[in-house]
Design a protein around this ligand. Structure first.
Ligand SMILES: NC(=O)C1=CN([C@@H]2O[C@H](COP(=O)(O)OP(=O)(O)OC[C@H]3O[C@@H](n4cnc5c(N)ncnc54)[C@H](OP(=O)(O)O)[C@@H]3O)[C@@H](O)[C@H]2O)[C@@H](O)CC1
Ligand SMILES: Nc1ncnc2c1ncn2[C@@H]1O[C@H](COP(=O)(O)OP(=O)(O)OP(=O)(O)O)[C@@H](O)[C@H]1O
Length: 360
């Protein structure tokens, strides 16, 4: 199934045979980066570029902007998230006032996102969990997942601390058909517990948060990813990361896909494991690379986000394996970034569309 999904992905990768201008192969916006975590958004944005996107933005906390700019001149850096001072101020506000401030901050954030005219938005790497940042990003995710007025908005990839926002309020992704979430075992357990708590009659917003906080990671089996997509209302693609990555998407109840599946007596949806050989090294940041690579692939995938996800997982694993072969125990995430181009061609061969001159 993963091999079949990669075959699907080969069909939507843009070729270099056709003339195009800067931006047409992907404009990826990463929302993340805080004073503690400035590496994660860099890894995600650089992975989008190394996978083939033309332009990458990072919208980050003002305190992180200098460090992110210093990482690479390739990145367009916008200090558009609430500052540490703003986080302290908002944390002292009463809840109702906090919501109003969050809505305004979310509108500002979306204004910055729209100005970039993105093909994909990756939310979460290095975002942190400060109150004002989480409130603004949660409201922004909810708006992004609605897909814009004509339903043709950018693909949305939610990773790392954006998944904390989903665990606090699972309904923010409901109805999102061009949305991928990329939880590790801990993040999947939080979202599953929160979605189950939120589904109970008369559940309060605090119930989901309490259930998420108490959740413990369990075994990541295939039913887990499909079950998670279903618990989130279907339509959302889930990439459950682990020793093998499981990609799944349940149909939205009442949709044509759900009705067709129901006629067969099945629940429907798609679920498969990506077990492409990876690296034994578990240095931090590999999830960020996956999220950024997925941002580029999702830009081209239209509705086929399971195929984009399968390809991104296989490419990340292949690149990590190559990096480990060269650097062994010294492998760090930038080594994996350097391997993405060749890994892409091994996983999705014959997608360049042009002949390369052979070195003598
Ligand atoms: N250089 C940088 O800037 C980097 C920044 N980063 C940024 O850091 C932020 C926080 O991200 P995060 O992944 O540390 O947070 P979270 O999900 O709470 O995990 C911690 C908890 O979950 C558990 N746990 C984790 N994985 C598990 C597994 N597979 N299976 C089972 N358990 C697992 C783990 O368990 P423990 O280690 O305690 O056993 C612990 O309790 C985020 O913004 C991210 O982008 C990183 O990207 C790295 C590079
Ligand atoms: N045990 C494993 N063996 C091989 N590959 C793995 C293993 N665990 C994770 N991976 C690969 O690493 C990728 C990132 O997974 P990981 O669990 O490290 O994410 P994460 O915790 O979100 O990372 P980050 O450090 O960026 O926060 C996965 O997509 C998967 O391909």
């Amino acid at each position: 199934m993963a091999a079949e999904a990669c075959l699907r992905a080969r069909k939507f990768v843009p070729s270099f045979a056709v003339p195009f201008h800067k931006g047409q192969h992907g404009r990826v916006v990463v929302i993340g980066g805080s004073i503690e975590y400035s590496g994660a958004p860099c890894y995600a944005a650089m992975a989008a570029l190394r996978t083939g996107a033309d332009l990458a933005w990072v919208i980050c906390a003002p305190e992180a902007a200098g460090a992110i700019k210093a990482f690479s001149p390739e990145l367009i850096v916008i200090p558009g998230l609430p500052s540490a001072e703003e986080n302290e101020r908002v944390a002292r506000l009463p809840a109702a006032r906090r919501d109003a401030v969050a809505r305004l901050a979310a509108q500002n954030l979306l204004g910055l996102v729209r100005a970039a005219r993105p093909s994909a938005v990756v939310v979460g790497p290095g975002l942190g969990r400060e109150v004002a940042v989480q409130a603004a990003v949660s409201a922004a995710i909810e708006m992004l997942c609605q897909g814009g007025e004509d339903g043709t908005g950018p693909a949305v990839v939610l990773d790392a601390d954006a998944l904390w926002a989903v665990a606090c309020k699972p309904s923010i992704v409901r109805g999102g058909s061009r949305v991928v979430i990329t939880p590790n075992a801990a993040e999947a357990a939080r979202i599953a517990a929160a979605a189950a708590a939120a589904a109970k009659p008369e559940a309060a917003a605090a119930d989901a948060r309490a259930a998420a906080a108490a959740a413990k990671p369990g075994p990541a089996e295939e039913g887990g990813a499909l079950g998670l997509s279903k618990a989130l209302g279907g339509g959302v693609t889930v990439v459950l990361k682990g020793a093998e990555d499981v990609v799944a998407r349940a149909p939205v109840p009442g949709s044509a896909a759900a009705k067709a599946a129901g006629a067969d007596g099945a629940d429907g949806g798609e679920a498969f494991a990506v077990s492409h050989a990876g690296s034994p090294r578990r240095c931090g940041g590999q999830g960020d690379v996956l999220a950024g690579a997925l941002g580029a692939l999702a830009s081209w995938a239209g509705d086929d986000l399971p195929a984009a996800s399968a390809a991104a997982c296989a490419i990340l694993r292949d690149a990590a394996r190559s990096a480990f072969a060269k650097h062994r125990r010294a492998t760090v995430t930038p080594d994996i970034l350097s391997e993405l181009g060749l890994a892409f061609e091994r996983v999705l061969p014959d997608t360049l569309g042009v002949e390369l001159e052979r070195a003598e």
